[in-house]
Design a binder for this molecule. Structure first.
Ligand code: ADP
Ligand code: MG
Length: 730
């Protein structure tokens, strides 16, 4: 084993878990202590003012400047009691969430901004010097300023001695430059549309929140091994590495007992999360070795997104303390499962009702059907956009890889609900009202929905979008992604769909239908129209790929192809109609996504070239020289006949090594030439496409030969930590 590898492995194996005590035995003693929540605000503000702030936040109204000063004073008072010295506006620019960029969420402070000078105007708005953050051409040099503005719907929190204020980030001209702005607008759109539809069932509903419960998958790798893998350090994934003798085939890691070191890490992570009011609840081993998952109790979607962003950052920080590095990349290791982030989504009302959960009476069951069917229809009409919003360079390795959902969008609802929808379609008539008897019959089967769902056990893990009892689970989101992209699309498409539903139902009511009849008729129409998106079978199978094509569903395999849909006419219109984004904002976002993709592949290409030429090939030649010396020596001491027999294997190896080394060297060279050409292309879309179509196949070629060399070359001289070393020691 090479000295470097040996040292790294030795360091890793000699570590003991870092045990950390919780501040108190009772979680409730420290839950949320670092959050400026309602309790804290109430404590530091006059009662009447606190009430008006709450009211404004609930209604989404602007908070007056005078009131803002009071909030700022309260926030400052609270924070200073906790020894906070600085504050920052905390925002989510469109950088993507690679590890190196995480720190950008926390704007560095200059010393003039010490906390002692903090009032409404500092709370409300800042102009961070962030001119190198991506804007997709929106922020030209003459209007280079970007502003952050307070998001009162997500509470401020403390990290170390820093008060972090969640904010949106917009350009001088008011265009969104972040994830949060369109998310908030989409939440507003789905709120308005869902409230309107809820009026058919309950007049008391005046607010609908989208809810999100994410499940975060990740890998842990020892810090020393991580440091000895420049590819992991720079790109978050291993670009080389032969599969170990043992992979995940024994499924002995999945839900197994959590190794001590990982356990100690999770423990501290959870303590830190609890202090920040992130309600992490479950944790377990995942399928791949050294892969884990954590999930919170669901929350209002904007808060849940902030909490996930915060979590990813805390994960990184806590992991370092434990001499681990956390990998959030979607595919850190080839041939074993990658990581995703399931997004559990639903809608809930101010009256405490989950709209994707059936109730106790026929009316609430019809309401449930309404939201179920409308969501399915929304997914059917916008499957391409849903595919596009999860398209990243990392996720490309996972989708369709028989471990994560395919790149084809479909909806799973289970056989019993499918039967229910079939009944709806067969019983409801298009042109005339139901007779009393027919109505009773239909009500009877709709009344069975709660029982059906209790027994909704035939879960299909291969579906990208599955109904799981009281929520939809969007499973194709990448582990490193900001959930906002997926949530903005989901909220927007459902908002638009609910608006259409309202129009369709009202039209029937105006022409004389009873309300329930009208609702049922429209639901029938949507159910039939969106039938093709429903799929209950094995999403990983070849047959599904064929069947989906027959059904007219799209299959956008590559990220650049999928990104094309981000700026489609349909997407532009959708966002414009709902006030989520202007055309310029939508297209800028697409441009940024293309650019990010091209840049990430370019970085991978560079690191591949570097590792191949400066690490792999020199070690390879060293070993090859040993073989040659051996052959030479045999020649000296043996007869010609003896030599032929004795040296044949070594000679084969010498040739094999040369063959693979040649492929590596030549392909790396060709790749550099291609990159030079591609980098000159003006259009980000073209660059992304060429990196995907031309450069990525070269990765496969180089990797194949390097991984063969790993098998051929003496373990003693191989420079990079191997898969078995990174994955099978805790
Ligand atoms: P799994 O999918 O791993 O079996 P569960 O089905 O128990 O796990 O739920 C996973 C996630 O679903 C949790 O994060 C939970 O908070 C979330 N969840 C449950 N109900 C809702 C809801 N109404 N809206 C959004 N998320 C929800
Ligand atoms: Mg799940």
């Amino acid at each position: 084993m090479s000295t470097l590898r040996f040292k790294a492995l030795e360091a890793s194996l000699s570590r003991t878990p870092r045990a950390v005590e919780a501040p108190s035995e009772k979680i409730s003693d420290y839950y949320g202590i670092n959050v400026f929540d309602n309790k804290a605000m109430a404590e530091f503000m006059p009662k009447d003012l606190f009430k008006s702030v709450q009211e404004s936040i609930e209604k989404g109204n602007r908070i007056e400047r005078g009131l803002m000063n009071h909030v700022a004073a309260a926030m400052k008072g609270w924070a200073m009691e906790k020894k906070v010295t600085h504050y920052t506006h905390w925002f989510q620019p469109l950088t993507g969430t690679t590890a190196e960029k995480h720190d950008a969420f926390f704007e560095p402070l200059n010393d003039n901004n010490v906390i002692e000078r903090f009032d409404g105007s500092q709370l409300a708005q800042q102009e961070p010097d962030a001119s190198s953050l991506p804007s997709g051409g929106i922020r030209n040099t003459f209007e280079a300023r970007g502003y952050t503005a307070w998001d009162p719907s997500s509470p401020a929190f403390i990290i170390g001695k820093l008060l972090c204020i969640p904010t949106i980030y917009i350009s001088y001209t008011g265009e969104a430059l972040d994830y949060k702005t369109p998310l908030l607008k989409s939440l507003h759109a789905v709120d308005a549309a869902a409230v309107d539809v809820c009026q058919y069932f309950d007049k008391k509903v005046n607010k609908v929140n989208a809810t999100l419960g994410w499940e975060q998958e990740y890998f842990l790798v020892d810090k020393a091994l991580f440091a000895a893998r420049p590819d992991l350090a720079l790109t978050g994934r291993t670009v080389f590495g032969h599969s170990p003798a043992k992979g995940q085939e024994l499924s002995d890691h999945y839900f197994g007992s959590i190794p001590d070191r990982a356990h100690a890490y999770m423990n501290e992570l959870e303590i830190e999360c609890m202090k920040l009011g992130i309600p992490v609840k479950t944790r377990h081993n995942e399928v791949a070795p050294n892969q884990f998952e954590c999930a919170p109790i669901f929350e209002e979607a904007n808060l849940a997104v902030d909490h996930n962003q915060l979590l990813m950052d805390i994960m990184d920080k806590v992991a370092r303390k434990h001499n681990f590095r956390v990998l959030l990349h979607e595919k850190p290791f080839a041939n074993i499962n990658g990581s995703g982030k399931h997004n559990n989504w639903s809608l809930s009302t101010n009256t405490g009702v989950n709209l994707l959960s059936p109730g106790k009476n026929p009316k609430s069951n019809l309401r449930f059907l309404t939201f179920l069917v409308n969501t399915i229809k929304a997914v059917y009409d916008n499957e391409k956009l849903l595919r596009a919003c999860i398209a990243t360079a990392g996720n490309e390795h996972r989708l369709g890889g028989h471990e994560a959902p395919p790149a084809i969008m479909s909806v799973f609802i289970g056989s019993e609900l499918t039967k229910m929808l079939d009944t709806l379609v067969s019983k409801v008539k298009d042109d005339k009202a139901l007779t009393a008897e027919e109505k009773t019959q239909l009500k009877l089967s709709i009344g069975k929905i709660p029982e059906i769902l209790l027994d909704n056990t035939d879960r299909n893990r291969t579906s990208p979008f599955a109904f799981t009892g009281n929520k939809f689970e969007f499973r194709a989101v990448g582990s490193a992604s900001n959930c906002s992209s997926a949530m903005t699309v989901l909220n927007a498409i459902v908002a638009k769909q609910l608006k259409t539903f309202k129009k369709d139902v009202d039209k029937l009511i105006e022409s004389g239908s009873k309300k329930d009849d009208a609702i049922l008729r429209v639901l029938k129409k949507y159910t039939t129209a969106s039938k093709n998106i429903r799929f209950e079978g094995n999403g990983y199978s070849e047959e599904w790929v064929k069947e989906a094509a027959n059904r007219g569903l799209s299959h956008l395999k590559t990220t650049p192809d999928a990104l094309g849909e981000l700026g489609s006419k349909q997407a532009v219109k959708l966002y414009e109609e709902l006030g989520v984004m202007t055309e310029r904002e939508t297209l800028a976002r697409q441009e940024i996504a293309y650019d990010l993709y091209a840049n990430l592949i370019r970085i991978e290409a560079r690191i591949m070239g570097d590792l191949a030429e400066n690490h792999i090939l020199p070690s390879t030649y060293k070993y090859q020289n040993q073989l040659i010396q051996n052959v030479q020596g045999l020649k000296d001491i043996l007869t010609a006949a003896e030599f032929k027999d004795a040296a044949s294997v070594q000679l084969e190896m010498v040739k094999d090594i040369s063959k693979h080394a040649k492929v590596v060297k030549e392909t790396v060279y060709a790749m550099v030439e291609e990159r030079k050409r591609i980098n000159k292309l003006e259009s980000a879309q073209k660059r992304a496409k060429e990196y995907c179509d031309v450069i990525k196949p070269m990765f496969d070629k180089i990797r194949y030969s390097v991984d063969k060399l790993e098998l051929l070359v003496d373990d003693e001289v191989w420079p990079l930590p191997k898969y078995r070393e990174m994955l099978f020691n805790h």
